[in-house]
Design a protein around this ligand. Sequence first.
Ligand SMILES: Nc1ncnc2c1ncn2[C@@H]1O[C@H](COP(=O)(O)OP(=O)(O)O)[C@@H](O)[C@H]1O
Ligand SMILES: [Mg+2]
Length: 144
Amino acid sequence: MKVLIPVDGSKYAKEAITTALSEGFLENKEIHLITVVEGTATGRGSYLSEEVVHQILEAQAKAGNKILNEAKKLFEADRKISVAYRVGDAAEKILEYAKTNDIDLIVMGSKGKGALQSMLLGSVSIKVLQYAQCPVLIMRKKKS
Ligand SMILES: Nc1ncnc2c1ncn2[C@@H]1O[C@H](COP(=O)(O)OP(=O)(O)O)[C@@H](O)[C@H]1O
Ligand SMILES: [Mg+2]
C-alpha cells in the first residue's frame, strides 16, 4: 500500500508523521513524501530577469529539499522513502501526485505554516480532503 505524506516544514506535518509512526499506521507501507513550494512570479511574462528567476528557483528547490530531508529523518535510517518536490498550488500538486502514482492513502497534518492558528483545518487539508480520490487521514496529536 502506497502512502503519500505531504510536508510543509510545519510542526503539524512533523507530528502527523511521528504520530502515524507511533500508532503503527505506517507499518509495511510504501512511503512517499511530497513538498510543494508555492510558486512566485517566475512564470512566462514575468518582469524578472532570467538570472533572478534562476536564483529564486534554486532557493525554492533548496528550501524544498531541506523540508523533505527533515521529514525523512523522522523515519528509520534504512527505510526506503520516495521524495517529490513540486512548484505550484500545494493541494493541486498533492492531488496530481496521488493520482498519477496510484496512491492508496494520504496522511497529512490538520494545519500547517499558515498564520490562522484559530482555524481547525488548513486550506490545503480542506482541498485535499474534498477532491482526493483515495482515503485521506488528517492526523492530530492524541490528547493524553
Ligand atoms: N506546500 C505544501 N506542501 C506539502 N504539503 C503541504 C503544504 N502545505 C500544507 N501541506 C500539508 O497540509 C497540512 C495542512 O496545512 P495547511 O492546510 O496549509 O494549513 P495552514 O492553513 O495552517 O497552513 C500540513 O500539515 C501538510 O501536511
Ligand atoms: Mg499552509
